[in-house]
Design a protein around this ligand. Structure first.
Ligand code: PEP
Ligand code: MN
Length: 456
């Protein structure tokens, strides 16, 4: 009788060894765990739990990102600055997915370009911090590093790094991605539902503009259906997950060898990025992620030199593989027009085509006199405009946006058509970390980006 057998794939032992080389290198932004045995136990548990995504999906995403790098698609990446365990409710996950789907419709329709949808979701639990500690009223405790490490409450018990949170982070990610898959594969994301995604949101210019667009899409779909087109394709949408690849005690155990190819993938999400604070060329994060097959992002802040950038390309994408490397620039509205052009000039002379994405959030933070961390909608938009201008001048492709957002009606960023002002911030400020665009501000941003893209 014929035997069904796996393809015979040998993994080079050096590849496996290499996955732990980071342990010998300088590493930043890791928690101080107090119980080594508990970390080992959590790590052992994670290493036998099923992967959260599949290597084949990761490969498909790489080809999608390659088309964005060529200017044939656009990446929309968005979600919380820091997901929380308490925030992983059905309603909140649904509303975030809905906001991203609505933004994608606006971009697709307005700019006639395929939009790759990606959440900062199902694993965005670990945060880099500017200081290891936080002091309040003379009491100093460890900084909050995200729900996967410690609690936000300002008590010694809560702020103590707790390794059991690594496993809870995995399970919370698993239930989040499960719901995302249900929403995006089970008919909820069907383009014929464009109207229903808008329900329940207060009327506002951006929502009215969206309603108008949804009616046009409906009309076009009805016409095509009447003409005999089969729209089964519209029922499902591809939706990818991503988070900062920061916490090595989580990422390493969720790294697996793909049985088809014998090569390693981080299977905690489809896409991982390296943050501005951990992108040191000789550091642990760059080394570790240079050895996995996922598409990788790197945040580039305003001090990035062309040389830094070229060396990151050599290290992370030596084969110059299409879709492998994404640069996420987060320069600040006042800086992008000076800081981005030299990088684009250098890339044109180099033999590389990374995907360029704008993160207009992280270079535009400010703190109000009343102590709220916030961002101005106008500055966020201005950075996006500067990003498009720089690419237009250089002849390179502005390939995506990376946004901190929520589907809820929070009041965390200033401005937008609801005119959120400093006094309003207090009414619904919920983020434990950076301020996010609310649903309405996110839609408004999408309309403005669609205009930029259409003009491109
Ligand atoms: C983030 O994306 O939340 C973040 C910390 O960004 P950056 O690494 O760009 O500072
Ligand atoms: Mn952030």
């Amino acid at each position: 009788m014929a035997q069904l057998s796996e393809p015979f794939v040998v993994t080079d032992p050096d590849v496996i060894d290499g996955l732990d080389h980071w342990r010998t290198l300088p590493i930043k932004q890791q928690p101080t765990w107090h119980d080594g045995a508990a970390v080992e136990a959590a790590s052992a548990e994670l290493s036998i739990l099923p992967p959260l995504v599949f290597a084949g999906e990761v490969d498909t995403l790489r080809t999608r990102l390659a088309s964005a790098a060529r200017g044939e698609a656009f990446l929309l990446q968005g979600g919380d600055c820091a997901e929380t365990f308490a925030g992983a409710t059905a309603d909140q996950i649904r509303d975030r997915v809905k906001t991203i789907l609505q933004m994608a419709v606006v971009l697709t329709y307005g700019a006639s370009v395929p939009v790759i949808k990606m959440g900062r979701m199902a694993g965005q639990f670990a945060k880099p911090r500017s200081s290891d500690t936080e002091t309040r009223d003379g009491v100093t405790l460890p900084a909050y590093r995200g729900d996967i490490v410690n609690g936000y409450d300002f008590t010694p018990e809560s702020r103590r790094a707790d390794a059991s949170r690594l496993v809870k982070g995995y399970h919370t990610s698993a239930s989040t991605i499960n719901l995302i898959r249900a929403f995006t594969q089970g008919g909820f994301a069907d383009l014929r539902q464009v109207h229903s995604w808008n329900k329940g949101f207060a009327s506002n210019p951006a929502n009215a503009q969206y309603e108008h667009l949804a009616r046009e899409i409906d009309k076009a779909i009805r016409f095509m259906e009447a003409a005999g087109a089969d729209f089964d394709e519209l029922k499902r949408v591809e939706f990818y997950t991503s988070h900062e690849g920061l916490l090595m005690d989580y990422e390493r155990p969720l790294t697996r060898i793909d049985s088809r190819t014998g090569t390693p993938y981080v299977l905690s999400s489809h896409f991982v990025w390296i943050g501005e604070r951990t992108r040191d060329l000789d550091g642990a994060h760059v080394d570790f992620l240079s050895r996995v097959r996922n598409p990788i992002g790197v945040k580039l802040g305003p001090t990035t030199t062309a040389d830094d950038m070229l060396r990151l390309i050599d290290k992370l994408d030596p084969e110059r593989e299409p879709g492998r490397l994404t640069f996420i620039t987060r320069m600040g509205a006042g800086t992008i027009r000076d800081a981005l052009p030299p990088l684009l000039d250098a890339i044109k002379k180099a033999d590389a085509t990374p995907l360029w994405v704008s993160d207009p959030m992280h270079g535009n933070g400010l703190t109000t006199p009343t102590g709220y961390k916030t961002r101005r909608f106008e500055e966020i938009m201005d950075e996006v405009k500067g990003f498009f201008e720089a690419h237009r001048a250089a002849g390179t492709h502005p390939g995506g946006i990376h946004i901190e957002l929520t589907g809820d009606d929070v009041t965390e960023c200033l401005g937008g058509s609801e005119h959120i002002d400093e006094a309003t911030l207090a009414t619904r400020y919920e983020s434990l970390c950076d301020p996010r665009l609310n649903h309405m501000q996110s839609l408004e941003l999408a309309f403005l980006v669609a205009e930029e893209l259409a003009a491109d």
